[in-house]
Design a protein around this ligand. Structure first.
Ligand code: ZN
Length: 252
């Protein structure tokens, strides 16, 4: 099994560190090198691999400094990424062997056009595509692309752990509860997340099963969700509901 640790960065980013049974590790989306180098040094770890989900600077800004310290590190990232310092470019269907575990690459356009995710060993690293109780803003793609990306994630095994790149859970939950005020599991999760944050703990990882029960962006076929956006859409299909939800969240 792969062991995962979170390294907080900036205000609300998580850089996920994946460790094998010895002293080798990978990191996902190192926007800042300093907290990663501190962690590696204090735990005596060697960095072999960097996984990149998309080109934004808060996910890639630390790569150059990490490569200076670990010149042979593999930097895996999206085939169509404008980010230039990748050593291995991958897209949907590619498989990566990480410490004898297979990670499958899936394309997740929407937040950016180059966005990908990595799935394996019961874990999903999804960058800024899916957040707990929310999803990424649509900067480069279309609402339709983002909708289909999230639908792909909804098909993963319910037990899959979701490692997203930001601690946005509480603010996402405020919006989710505005959309579905009567969702009892959502209320319970809000209380649980409040407790965790009050103790300085991460709310992540989530799971695909939990997200399907509480994340409005994965619940566009639910009556209460459709009802909440009824005045914002002309026809009641899941894509229009998703689009209206995303626009509502932008101004929430
Ligand atoms: Zn981003």
């Amino acid at each position: 099994m792969l062991h995962i640790k979170s390294i907080p960065a900036f205000d609300d980013n998580y850089i996920w560190l994946i460790q094998n049974n010895q002293n080798l590790c990978a990191v996902v989306d190192p926007g800042d090198a300093a907290p990663v180098l501190d962690y590696l040094q204090s735990h005596k770890l060697e960095l072999t691999t960097i996984l990149v989900t998309h080109h934004h600077n808060d996910h890639t800004g630390g790569i150059e400094a990490l490569r200076r310290k670990f010149p042979s590190v593999c930097v895996v990232g999206p085939e169509v990424s404008p980010y230039p310092r990748l050593t291995h470019r991958v897209c949907e269907g590619h498989k990566i062997n990480l410490f004898n575990h297979e990670l499958l690459v899936i394309d997740l356009p929407g937040h950016t056009l180059d966005h990908i995710g990595y799935v394996g060993d019961g874990k999903l690293f999804c960058g800024d595509a899916l957040f707990s109780a929310g999803c990424g803003r649509i900067f480069e793609g279309t609402a339709e692309q983002m909708y289909h990306s999230l639908q792909k994630l909804a098909l993963l095994d319910e037990e899959t752990q979701v490692f997203c790149a930001h601690e946005y859970t509480l603010s996402n939950l405020a919006f989710a509860l505005a959309v579905e005020p009567h969702n009892v599991e959502l209320q319970r999760y809000r209380d649980d997340a409040n407790q965790k944050r009050a103790h300085g703990l991460a709310t992540l990882p989530s799971t695909i099963g939990l997200e399907k029960r509480i994340n409005p962006f994965l619940r566009t076929e639910q009556a209460e969700v459709m009802q909440s956006v009824a005045t914002r859409v002309s026809n009641n299909n899941p894509l229009s509901t998703f689009t209206a939800l995303r626009e509502w969240k932008n101004e929430f």
